[in-house]
Design a protein. Sequence first.
Length: 140
Amino acid sequence: MKGTRQDGFSLVELLIVVVVVGIIAAIAIPALRKGIRAAENGRTFATMRTISSTQVNFYSQNNRFGRLDEINNMVGRGIGATVANGLEHDQFTFEMVPVSPTDSELRDGFTITATRNVTGDTNIYQYELTQAGEIRQILP
């Protein structure tokens, strides 16, 4: 038929657009996940620094370091929600080592671990805070 014209996309053009969008998504999604993990880790470092400075204040007042629940109370429950033997903040669980330290153990020092273990994610991150204020990465 002469003179008939159809406007729109051909099937090939549409497939090319879908492939290009797929390639962009395949590149962007891992980068986005990496950025989210980096932000979570940064917030966890900030929380651990808060715990460290609060421990110094607690020690000067009580001649021993504080347990996690005591430190959490000092900062207005801002570190996290209480769970079993620790605190949960974002994707991280904070725990003391040993779990229930005595007052005499807390006169000598403390160790707090922050563990990120999200179901379905193969990356487990774990950090450790000591009475010296040092934060080090244990995992991965």
